[in-house]
Design a protein around this ligand. Structure first.
Ligand code: ATP
Length: 231
């Protein structure tokens, strides 16, 4: 379970995040939506201790993420390409992570085999550096890396952005399979209301740093979000 308590982030006078309480149970697929600048990435960055909160805490199974390191071994994330090693090829990158996570070659191959469809023969076995990949292919490498080592919790920021329609459909299938098979907790921010409502059990709507809706009824989610974004 992830718990957010009295969380605030302020840049000078501007409060960009103000979340008194948010609980994300284990194995939930949690969607986060909101207009540009609503605070989605800031929330994920604080949850991953990439940015320090001005006030408040985020805990994972009771562990304060800003005060301990153990949670990192159980967490995967892909927020943007800064998380990749651009001077490596995808194969070299996956091999580096394999060693870091102490996986066997067989484990790595088994993991990557889940991405065969998504990779569409453009990622592995090529001599292209990560820095030269298209935006969509960068995202595929990042997502495959985030899911390596069977993390309990996975954060994905805009996972569908820059993916072609076939890849978007394949990614949705993959996330649902992982959730089903491994009970992974997914936290997904997205501007794509169709995708996010299709795969998420719950959707939180952020506006100017505040949670203004917490939608759990899958049948009503889309209509509520459409009404909000149509404004
Ligand atoms: N380092 C920073 N210094 C000042 N303001 C910042 C900084 N980082 C983020 N912000 C501000 O915090 C607010 C929330 O930004 P954030 O990137 O979290 O929004 P978002 O919901 O992810 O937006 P988008 O949908 O455009 O990606 C914005 O007003 C942004 O300008």
């Amino acid at each position: 379970m992830i718990s957010v308590t009295n969380l605030k982030k302020q840049y000078k006078e501007a409060v960009v995040l103000d979340v008194p309480q948010l609980e994300i149970p284990k194995s939930e697929c949690f969607g986060l939506v909101g207009n540009n600048g609503a605070g989605k990435t800031t929330l994920f960055r604080i949850m991953l201790d990439l940015v320090r909160a001005t006030e408040g805490t985020v805990t994972l199974e009771g562990e304060d993420v800003s005060k301990s390191e153990a949670w990192k071994g159980r967490t995967g994330a892909y927020l943007d390409e800064h998380m990749l090693l651009a001077y490596l090829t995808p194969d070299e990158y996956f091999e580096t992570l394999r060693k870091m996570y102490q996986l066997s070659e067989e484990d790595l191959n088994l993991h990557l085999s889940k991405f065969t469809e998504l990779f569409n023969d453009e990622i592995q076995g090529k001599k292209k550096y990560i820095r030269d990949l298209s935006k969509g292919n960068l995202k595929k490498v990042g997502i495959a890396a985030a899911l390596m080592g069977n993390p309990e919790v996975v954060y994905l920021d805009e996972p569908f952005e820059n993916l072609d329609p076939s890849s978007q459909i394949r990614l949705k299938k993959l996330i649902l399979q992982e959730k089903e098979k491994s009970q992974t907790t997914f936290l997904i921010s997205s501007h794509d209301l169709n995708h996010v409502t299709e795969i998420c059990d719950r959707i939180v709507l952020l506006e100017k740093g505040k949670v203004i809706n917490d939608l759990r009824d899958r049948n009503a989610m889309m209509a509520e979000l459409e009404a909000y974004f149509t404004g």
